[in-house]
Design a protein around this ligand. Sequence first.
Ligand code: SAH
Length: 207
Amino acid sequence: MVDALRRKGIADEAVLKAMDEVPRHWFIDSAFDALAYEDRALHIGCEQTISHPSTVAMQSQLLCLQPGMKVLEIGTGSGYQSAVLCRMGAKVFSIERQKGLFDRTRKLLSDMGLRVRCYLGDGYQGLREVNYGPYDRVIVTCGAREIPQALMDQLKEGGIMVIPLDDEDGKQEMLRITKNGPAQGEWKVEKFGAYSFVPMLDGRQMG
Ligand code: SAH
């Protein structure tokens, strides 16, 4: 899988090493074991998917992560992206809106000995009730219709947000947003092509 990622242009050795070390098949149903290391998204229940390995690699690379950084992830899903970031030395805080996935994934990550802080809630709001922020990095792993203001507010000055934003063709454009100081009041936005994500939905869903 790592060789295929290199061929697709992933060059960040820390990302490649973490993805080599985290067993992706642990995050999917065993019925899909044979496909675990193919570059494809797979169903994880609750009508959600684990992202393509190349998408996980791309988002992880775009974060320009350093060990020890605090990362807020929206869309825990299977927990695979959280595990990769944790393995890279990040302090990961991850929000999931579906209780079924939240319960299952929190247990899996803890059984694996990975210290990812999992929260059930609506990622559009960020982590308001628990104030661990501001975060060095924010990663959104579902397709957002707009850049959530709460997430920008919870991002450090100089911090980076990687977010797939809805375009007009029903896909998403991968954006990397660098937040400048409040004095400048500006964001730098870079674009990295079209991706396909499950939608980011409002509110917390039980069950
Ligand atoms: N990072 C995940 C990707 C899962 S797909 C992985 O590696 O497997 C995206 C996830 O985002 C889904 O589980 C979906 O339920 C969740 N999601 C969608 N809208 C959300 C929101 N507003 N807040 C939190 N999670 C959300």
